[in-house]
Design a protein around this ligand. Sequence first.
Ligand code: ADP
Length: 405
Amino acid sequence: MKILVINTGSSSLKYQLFEMNDKSVLATGLIERIGENIAKHKFSSVNLKESIVIEKPIPNHEIGFSEMDQLLTNSNDGVIKNSSEISAIGHRVVHGGETFTKPTIIDEDVIKAIESNVPLAPLHNPGNLSGIYAAKKFFTGVPNVAVFDTAFHQTMPEGNYRYAIPNEFYEKYKVRRYGFHGTSHQYVSKLVANFLNKPIESLNLITLHLGNGASVCSIQNGKSIDTSMGMTPLEGLIMGTRAGDLDPAIPFFMADHVKLSYKEIDTILNKQSGLKGISALNDMRDILAKKKEGDKSAKLAIEMYVKRIRKYIGAYLVGLDGKLDAIVFTAGIGENANEIRKLCTENLSSLGIEIDEDKNNSSSKQVREINNEKSKIKILVVPTNEELEIAEQTQEVIKRIKIFR
Ligand code: ADP
């Protein structure tokens, strides 16, 4: 079975074609600047020695799909003969609101429900919808499945997802914590269950997804019970360019005193804050290198970044009544930055958390343990793969539908 995974933004289309028999990637592509003068299409596949880049105008997502289809089915080195070989398309959808608790086959009602969640994710859902409309038009007859970033967190108890503001904001406007990166937190928790050889239903984990965006998830008996991102991805950890937690009165101050517009404040908190706001850099590799050279703002950025993570580890450990099987590091920084992992977990032996420096310093693409033998709580590094998780969840939905038909 071949499954195409799609992740669309308002001007981008990212795709991967999976062969589900062995979970291998047959082809992968990224089209950027859709709708602008010249779009850039990068494509690689198992049949190509080197990736190719095509630059030409791509006015909309539907034409993007046509460009992708041409490369996938190219008679010389395509990976499929025609698109009828694609069994299903899995779409990443950022916000499922309270409507979606699991992956869902996309019909007209589901499209309407995703549209109704646009106010909750005005930057993401419209882009995701462009991909869904284009897929339905271009690949008629191929089933489409929506996999939501928020769905995994729908198991949070009300006491963890509500904000302490008047009830009507929740009841009328659905203002609450939703959480994101759900596919990643879910994927790594499944790999941890496998690695520890324990049923997922009996596992308590704190999973740290540390990429450009970053979030922590508290998992009790395999289910998300708390997470650091909130109604939007802005809350929680310090990220590449997002502030994370801050006094909610700061934006009022920026508006009233600094005289910034609502849009300017939004841009500052989402795009100019976080690691970038403190060190002027947002790539952790550059910040670590600067810190090594003795740069003070890089040092401060890392100190703040790590302190925020440690604050959440403490809070979630208590939220789990002290019963924790493992702390899990994943995504670009979590998988690769041994210095950050060390700083996040050092001096915690009184809590049963002890890292092994040699294990932490060795690199690998496999799931691995980096705690020492005395550590009661395991510390694990688990490479995430959100696209594969979307492909697997899509396959599950398709299989279920076939059984019921
Ligand atoms: P995204 O959220 O865009 O998917 P990634 O998960 O790829 O992001 O993570 C990107 C982050 O990972 C960047 O800050 C990058 O600097 C960091 N990163 C990647 N490799 C390393 C490394 N070897 N050491 C430190 N940081 C790294």
